[in-house]
Write a protein that binds this ligand. Structure first.
Ligand SMILES: C[S@@+](CC[C@H](N)C(=O)[O-])C[C@H]1O[C@@H](n2cnc3c(N)ncnc32)[C@H](O)[C@@H]1O
Length: 276
């Protein structure tokens, strides 16, 4: 039987189209309002990776540059890279406001534009986990980190609060192409060992970043106006499905009610590695 190969989309093509969409989706913010809810994770990533003045640091999937800017303020020589051009623009503005020098680049964590062994430290906070090709990201982390260099990756766990949030959102989101790894697999120790265990000596820590808000409605207001994946999904839905999404979100948030607030526990895995 003859197969028209033109009609079959290769996984590489599907992934590159997905990333083109993702670069716009993540920029559909203002993402700064969301990154402010994970400042505790930024602080821990920096504490554990412990950048010293003069060390060369890459913050991969930096978003609006929160970690990169804090690390630069400690005197390190910092590069922040992200797929979303809009977020990189904001990151540059924020660095100028904070009066710190950071090189911000648009780039892809699956194919980084940096030389082999060019960083002492590579960090990523809830970042590279969202690239579709996990093996490609892992290969790049190993390639750009110098022998003896460190990595610190904070990634939401599959069964934790963010895994549950995405499970709630799933019926309202576009279906990803076949073969895309779940971002939350990066929150599982076995998966990360499989990806990075050959290149890095690894240690793992489990943490929680609780988010306290007044109500499920406030949770919806924050994410529907500022979180790219949610905002973009809403824009693509018909109005009746939007109402359904809104109601589903409120019910989701309200299950975490604790007195006069809701507290959503968001568990994450912190992977710490030293390049062999
Ligand atoms: C949840 S945000 C985290 C941003 C930032 N690290 C922080 O702490 O706020 C996820 C980020 O991953 C970026 N991202 C997704 N896929 C990427 C890829 N293939 N290469 C580089 N960045 C990517 C998105 O553009 C987005 O900024």
């Amino acid at each position: 039987m003859l197969v028209n190969v033109q009609e079959r989309e290769s996984p590489a093509m599907a992934f590159s189209e997905l990333k083109a969409r993702q670069s716009v989706m993540w920029g559909n913010g203002p993402y700064e309002r969301i990154t402010n809810t994970i400042r505790d994770i930024h602080a821990l990533v920096i504490e554990r990776s412990d950048p010293q003045p003069g060390e060369r640091v890459l913050d991969a999937a930096t978003g609006t540059g929160a970690v990169a800017i804090l690390v630069a303020a400690r005197g390190a020589d910092v590069v922040g890279m992200d797929l979303a051009p809009v977020l990189i623009e904001t990151a540059r503005e924020r660095a100028a406001e904070e009066d710190v020098s950071v090189q911000f680049d648009v780039g892809d964590a699956e194919a980084m534009q940096y030389d082999d062994a060019s960083f002492d430290i590579v960090t990523s906070t809830c970042g590279v986990m969202f690239a579709p090709d996990h093996a490609a990201v892992a290969g790049e982390l190993g390639r750009v980190t110098r022998p003896g260099g460190r990595i610190a990756l904070a990634c939401w766990t599959p069964e934790g609060g963010l895994g549950q949030l995405f499970a709630m959102m799933k019926p309202f989101l576009p279906t990803p192409p076949e073969g895309v790894g779940s971002p939350f697999a990066w929150g599982s120790e076995a998966h990360v060992r499989g990806l990075l265990g050959d290149a890095f000596e690894l240690e793992f820590e489990e943490h929680d970043s609780p988010l306290a808000l007044a109500s499920g409605e406030e949770y919806w207001q924050l994410f529907s106006t500022s979180y790219g994946p949610t905002k973009s999904a809403i824009e693509a839905l018909e109005s009746s499905r939007r109402d359904e999404f809104h109601e589903t979100w409120i019910a989701f948030g309200e299950q975490y009610r604790d007195g006069d607030e809701i507290v959503h526990h968001r568990e994450y895995l912190l992977t710490l590695g030293t390049r062999r």
